[in-house]
Write a protein that binds this ligand. Structure first.
Ligand code: AMP
Length: 372
């Protein structure tokens, strides 16, 4: 095995290193265990929900070089469960073991401006946007935008955090102050008909597959629910998959890649606009746990371990709903429903808006999902 790439498939009993210990790390570790692989979780938070289901744990910060090197020596391959891992940490571990997805995917996804330019240069649509480094930039951009818009920090924004809705009457100085003068982008607000995403898995260069597309509903910038089938016409469905595969090819990708789209009604045909991509397992793919032959977590582990990919075939219709904050207190009632699969993340403390679990309603393909 060379540090830059895996020479062969990892045998059962090998160890996958996972940077980050949230619910995505937890579900990755559970998936690894199912196929006889160990997970070693690296996370600064001692209460990280992934720790209790992993076979090894490192509690250390992402700038602790010694801890990162020791972690890298103890694993056979490294992956990550969120894209804000400092690049220096990723570089340090990848001196010793292969890192999948690669540095390029991580680096591009960490900066909204770089990400949008990258997507656009592939010939795909993004919302009109302007780089913002000052209140003056914002004042100019608001004039040019001529529509409601969103100001988003270039880095570290997720689940609607680091975002502010603006219009031409907004005060640029106040708005820039509100986001702590951070480098940002102003993005034209799209009046979309719906949101969809492609969750794709890329293994070795000739192994690539997409799950069925979910239709995603967001509330306050946070994913509320994902429904499959999405109801989008076949042609649009294929266009979205082609766009996601184009991004994967340009990134020389390995692992699960999620690409989020806005679907905008147009006079001629509906138009696809890429919102963003995530180089990791994704919330809009959680339904695959209960409705597919091989779920996104196992397929990510398979891809980074050099295994053959599992079938993405969907055997049920599904609707995944996140349980945020106090919604998780309904667990007892939800646990009584025969067609609901309940997932709780074992996080300590209930905070408004915090993802504490999810539930998936499943029904035979073609039977209408009961939403209440
Ligand atoms: P983001 O953090 O960029 O993924 O944004 C979270 C959610 O906010 C998206 O899924 C949309 O529902 C909404 N949103 C973000 N950007 C836009 C936009 N340019 N136009 C309309 N809605 C948006």
């Amino acid at each position: 095995m060379t540090p830059s790439s895996l020479a062969a498939s990892l045998n059962p009993g090998s160890t996958i290193g996972i940077l980050g210990g949230g619910q995505l790390g937890r579900m990755l570790a559970q998936a690894a265990a199912r196929i006889g692989l160990h997970a070693h979780i690296y996370c600064p938070n001692p209460e990280a929900p992934a720790f209790e289901v992993a076979s090894a744990q490192t509690i250390a910060t992402f700038d602790d070089r010694e801890a990162l090197q020791k972690f890298a020596r103890s694993v056979d391959v490294v992956t990550f469960e969120f894209e804000n891992i400092p690049l220096e940490a990723a570089d340090l571990v990848s001196e010793q073991v292969p890192l999948y997805p690669n540095r390029k995917a991580l680096e591009i996804s960490q900066d909204r401006g770089v990400e949008k330019a990258f997507i656009k240069q592939l010939g795909l649509n993004v919302a009109d946007w302007w780089p913002i480094d000052s209140a003056d930039d914002l004042a100019n951009a608001l004039t040019q935008c001529a529509a409601p818009a969103l100001l988003k920090t270039r880095r570290l924004g997720y689940d609607g955090k680091g975002q502010l809705a603006l219009d031409q009457n907004s005060d640029p100085a106040q708005a820039f102050e509100h986001i702590d003068h951070q480098p940002s982008v102003l993005e034209k607000k799209i009046s979309f008909e719906r949101e969809i995403s492609v969750v794709l898995v890329q293994g070795s260069p000739n192994q690539i597959d997409c799950y069925d597309l979910p239709c995603n509903l967001h509330k306050n910038g946070i994913l509320h629910s994902s429904t499959v089938p999405s109801g989008v016409p076949e042609k649009l469905d294929q266009q979205a998959k082609d766009a996601a595969m184009k991004i994967a090819a340009a990134l020389d990708y390995r692992g699960i890649l999620a690409v989020e789209f806005f679907v905008k009604e147009d006079e001629n045909a509906p138009q696809l606009i890429v919102n963003e991509f995530a180089p990791r397992v994704h919330n809009s793919g959680h339904w695959t746990l209960d409705a597919c032959s091989c779920n996104q977590f196992e397929n990510h582990i398979r891809a980074v371990a050099g295994w053959p990919l599992g079938a993405t075939t969907r055997h049920s219709d599904a609707q995944m709903t996140n349980l945020l904050g106090a919604q998780v207190l309904d667990w007892f009632e939800l646990a009584q429903h025969p067609d609901v699969v309940l997932h709780l993340y074992g996080k300590a403390g209930i905070k408004a808006g915090r993802k504490l679990g999810h539930m998936t309603k499943i029904s035979p393909i073609g039977a209408k999902i009961q939403t209440n």
